[in-house]
Design a protein around this ligand. Sequence first.
Ligand code: 13P
Length: 247
Amino acid sequence: MRRKVIAGNWKMNMLPNEAIDFINALAPSVKNTSNETILCVPYTDLFYSLLTVQETNIHIGAQNMHWEENGAYTGEVAPEMLKCINVEYVIIGHSERRQYFNETDETVNKKLKAALKHELKPIVCVGETLEERESGRAEEVVTMQILKSLEGLTAEDLQNVIIAYEPIWAIGTGRTATSEDANNMCKTIREKIKEKFQSDDITILYGGSVKSANAKELFTMSDIDGGLVGGASLKVDEFSKIVNFDK
Ligand code: 13P
């Protein structure tokens, strides 16, 4: 379902006490927004965060999960383990997981199906490298990622999926895609999804060096429905301004 969403991705940062303090400080400043506010926190913060967001309009997500139901997968976390403590969202296929932990479009697809089966809402990440962009292959690469990642899903499934377009060269670099480039790619993704599923009613976020200074310009583009925010989601004031970009 298409709507405005601002999701923070804390990556491997924040201890439980810091998570609790952060949420308590953020909650009053986002309580009147209609933009959906999500924090994707480390596993060890999930339970504390879920308790702290009760009676707020902040939603909690994990940053990864395995696709199997259970079994001998030391160190992994199963979908039901997230679901049973009321985790709502899960990031799938972040470029850092693809780069450092060998995730592929095939594993992303398995995780996506497992998440939907357990009624977790996936935030699926796609994006090209600098080399792919400079060689003019960005659209082709992202289109393939989308088609392979979403293989086997139905239009109805898409109602619970969020796509995040995160060009890898813009992540943590301070280098943001221009709003036109970011919008063009989000538009391409929407068109490809429409061709495949006969529906483009899907939320598509931009991620990569989003900050309060560029949030409004990016999030008011025709095909960008909000952002997946890394570094700037670790500071309460900055993240609150990003969530309230339209105020
Ligand atoms: P930055 O906002 O730090 O560039 O990170 C983006 C990101 O990877 C969010 O998932």
